[in-house]
Design a binder for this molecule. Sequence first.
Ligand SMILES: [Zn+2]
Length: 327
Amino acid sequence: MKEADIRNRDTFNEYIRLSELDAETYFADRSKYFSIDCPACGSQGKPYLEKNSFKYQTCPTCDSFYVSPRPPIEQFEAYYVDSPSTKYWVEYFFKPMIDARRVKMFQPRAKFLADRLDNDGLTIGDVGAGFGLFLSELKKIRPNNSLVAIEPSVDMSKLCREEGLEVIPSLLEEITDKVEFFDVLTAFELFEHLNDPRDFVQKIHGLLKPGGTFLFTTLNGLGFDIQMLQEKSKSISPPHHLNFFNPNSVKVLLKNCGFDHVEVETPGILDWDIVEGMHKNEEVDLGPFWEKLSKSGSVEAKQDLQQWISRNGYSSHMRVIAKKEVK
Ligand SMILES: [Zn+2]
């Protein structure tokens, strides 16, 4: 898989341009911004980098980095409900790639979870289900489970219903009538957006049955493409991406919230392609070694590099499986 398989460069750049304009509109009132300590371990951070007038702090203890000071939740709600960049993302970025994403991203994810389910008759919820692609693919492989899309957007939750899924049309944080209800909860590419990751993980823990599983993907802030590109990385995109954990710090967070067994892998396969694409198409300076590799390195050398990155925990795409203790 290549970066171009799942996102078009021009469309992505236009989305980033609109996001920057929206950031000025929706997040202009800075009087309500508040500072936070490291969302993984609670240590006090120090200044790291600045982008689109948002500041990131880095944690000297666990190397997470995160937006601080942060805008209040109301500004995010207004932004995600009806900003031009959010609409553009749905219409021009996501929808045209929906079939490609279904095949290249959601089918493998569904298979990954299906292979790990010991039996059927489970209650499985997907938080931030979007168009319901993950659950509808899972349903094809393992039809005998109860599948619940947790999706606050009116438009997207409607599409989830059309996929035949049960829908809870709210934010996870707003679910108050269910305790130890789910066998499995998933959340794909959501964690980096969370205003309060610890609160979110505690809520997940409370909603899972004893022995239940929380499977999620997020960005690894110590991953190859993010570290190579720093503030030029399109993953470092405030106000969307607020939290950059890493394989160690995400374990600290989950264990502090009561999960007793946590596995982290970095199965990403796009790091080198993203870095090379920024050098070739957007004139990003990588330094002499990497530029020579880009120019004259063999296909095999580049594939080996990517495999090394993924195998050793250095891909920017991280997958986490956490288990709640059995009582
Ligand atoms: Zn920390």
